[in-house]
Each structure stands twice: as structure tokens, then as C-alpha cells.
Design a protein around this ligand. Structure first.
Ligand code: GLY
Length: 341
């Protein structure tokens, strides 16, 4: 495992000392939303002070709607007012929204300052805090302005995910199940034994993601496997006007792909059923009422579209997926087949 990724239950209280091995500076800026900061902010502050940092904090209202240019601008101004220098450090304490926003500020303020990710949601632990994708949303779409900026250190305290509402935890489980379906089928067994295996499951997902990102940071090939279920999932998310959880939409996207792949003979029925059974066990949805033709319209504005082609992540066997470029009409056929099957 990458030595800059530290995973240990209860390590939030030691985050300052852990991060000190990888980042220097005199000033630490904690970036967090109001909900997370009220729960964990004082513990992080105490540990950063104990590790020798002066601490300032930028706390913003929670929610995806805040991941925008206005909040990003306010954060940059805050960092400038605090005279944060290039050797100083931003600590992103929170879920995906906080990590993306704080990461993008760290990538761009002074053309790059120190960045430590401290994820508090399951989704952020296993996905967004690792791999260096940072972004804010534009009115025209999600994550349209961003940068690849790997954090200098990631401190993952699995115990923090226990305090999440069940629905938020389940949302993160969709990404966990994605790793089992596409990269390591044996992970299903550890998933079946949650919550006892939580630390193991998080560690294995992070290790898988870290390996993929080490080979393809900039998303030119292998990393696109991590988009399994996301092409159709994003279309559902958009059609629902972002009222459904990201994980729930990815679950429906994965289920559509699995049913389509089995129907087309690309994977076995057993491979499809393992995925569907696990999604259902976690009360994640596997069907959508939105018609394939409606969802297809969103594929036309998918940022991964290249002319008349899209690259789909196709399931081949349990724990193995392949990137398959298809014409738009073939993508519609996958959508229809997986929707109807
Ligand atoms: N969440 C997909 C990726 O990091 O590439």
C-alpha cells in the first residue's frame, strides 16, 4: 500500500502526527462542512496543534450545492487572507464534496499547496479521497472544473463511518461493491461479513484504487474501469435532478450493465447474480423507472463521449471487467437490454 495512505480505527486523534511525516509548514487550514466540523473538528484541531501547526478553519454549509465556483472563490480568498504559503497545508475533513472542493483549492491556490485528505464518509474513504481527482460543479454540470492533484497524505479512520446515517453508508457501499464486481471477486466474501470486516474492506478497496491510479492517474485507460455503472448511473442521477443518492444511481447503472452483459453472453448469469444479490442485500436499487430512451439523451452530454463513441465498462466475469468502446446506438442497446432483462 502507498505509504502516504494511513488506515486505522481511531486515528483521527493522531492525524497531525501522521500527516507531519509527509507535509511541513506552520499553518494548517481545515476545510469542512458545518455538520462534519461540529462532530469531528475539535478532535482534528487538537491533533494538528499538538503536531505544531497554527490552525485556521473554513467551514461551509453542507451539501453538493455548495461545491460551486462561489464557495471555491470564498475559500481561495480565505486562504489569501490567512497568508497561507506554499509550504502550508489544507486539511480536507469530510465527504466527497469537501474533498473535491478543498482539493481543487489546494491544487490552484499559489499553484499548489500541501493537501491532506481526511475522509469521513464511506464513499470518500474508498473512492474520492484517493486518486487525486478534485473539482467543483458548474451550472452546466458536475465536476466540470477541476484538476488531478494527488494528496500528500490520506488519513482514514474507519470508525468515523459508523456515525453516518444508514442511507449514506449504503450509498458508499455501491462503490465498494463496484470494486468486487470489476477488480477483485474475492472481496464479495468480505462484504458479506460486514460490519466485522469494515477495516479490511476499506483497506482492500483503497489498495485496489491506489494500484489503478498508480498506472493511470489521468484517466486515459485503466482508471476508466472505476466508472463501472457510472455512465448509466450519471444519466439516472441527472434525470432525477440529483434528488437520488450517487451510490443508488451507480447501483442501478451497474445492475443494468450486469443484466445487459449476461443477456449478450459477455458474462455468465452467475456473475450477474452475484452482483445483483449483493446490491439487494444492501438495499440498493437495481431497477429504474426512467425509460432507456430518456436516459440515452443524457449520454449525449456525457463528458466521456468521444464523437459518436462511448467507452462502456463491460462485465466479463466476477472480479473482471473490460473497457469497450461502442457506438452511441450500441450504448442505447445495452441500456434497453439491461433495463428490460
Ligand atoms: N471515482 C472514479 C475515479 O476516481 O477515477
Amino acid at each position: 500500500m502507498n505509504p502516504t495512505i494511513h488506515i486505522e480505527a481511531g486515528c483521527l486523534d493522531n492525524a497531525g502526527a501522521i500527516a507531519r511525516q509527509f507535509v511541513g509548514g506552520a499553518l494548517a487550514a481545515i476545510v469542512s462542512d458545518d455538520t462534519v466540523f461540529s462532530r469531528y473538528g475539535s478532535r482534528l484541531e487538537a491533533s494538528l496543534k499538538a503536531a505544531g501547526w497554527d490552525v485556521v478553519r473554513f467551514v461551509f454549509p453542507h451539501g453538493e450545492a455548495q461545491k460551486n465556483l462561489a464557495t471555491y472563490g470564498e475559500l481561495l480568498s480565505f486562504l489569501a487572507e490567512q497568508h497561507l504559503t506554499r509550504t502550508d497545508v489544507i486539511f480536507a475533513l469530510g465527504g466527497g464534496v469537501t474533498g473535491d472542493l478543498a482539493g481543487f483549492a489546494a491544487a490552484t491556490y499559489l499553484r499548489g499547496v500541501g493537501l491532506v485528505q481526511i475522509p469521513t464518509s464511506l464513499l470518500a474513504c474508498v473512492d474520492s479521497s484517493v486518486g487525486g481527482k478534485t473539482a467543483v460543479d458548474l451550472p452546466q454540470g458536475k465536476n466540470l472544473a477541476g484538476a488531478f492533484y494527488p494528496p500528500h497524505c490520506v488519513v482514514i479512520d474507519p470508525a468515523l463511518t459508523h456515525s453516518l446515517p444508514e442511507e449514506t453508508f449504503r450509498d458508499g457501499m455501491a462503490e465498494v461493491i463496484k470494486y468486487a464486481a470489476t477488480l477483485d471477486g474475492s472481496l464479495y466474501e468480505a462484504i458479506d461479513h460486514l460490519p466485522q470486516t469494515l477495516e479490511e474492506v476499506i483497506s482492500r478497496c483503497v489498495a485496489l484504487k491506489d494500484q489503478v491510479v498508480a498506472e493511470d492517474l489521468r484517466d486515459n485507460g485503466l482508471r476508466q474501469l472505476l466508472n463501472f455503472g457510472h455512465t448509466f448511473g450519471h444519466a439516472i442521477e441527472k434525470q432525477a435532478d440529483y434528488t437520488l443518492g450517487h451510490g443508488a444511481c451507480v447501483a442501478m447503472g451497474m445492475a443494468i450493465m450486469a443484466r445487459a452483459c449476461a443477456a449478450k453472453g459477455l458474462c455468465s448469469p452467475a456473475c450477474r447474480d452475484r452482483l445483483l444479490r449483493t446490491l439487494t442485500a444492501w438495499k440498493l436499487p437495481t431497477k429504474t423507472a426512467f425509460a432507456p430512451e430518456t436516459l440515452f439523451l443524457h449520454l449525449l452530454s456525457d463528458k466521456k463521449r468521444r464523437g459518436q463513441k462511448l467507452t462502456l465498462v463491460v462485465l466479463r466475469e466476477t472480479g473482471r471487467a473490460e473497457l469497450t468502446p461502442v457506438l452511441l446506438e450500441e450504448a442505447l442497446d445495452f441500456l434497453k437490454t439491461g433495463w428490460e432483462a
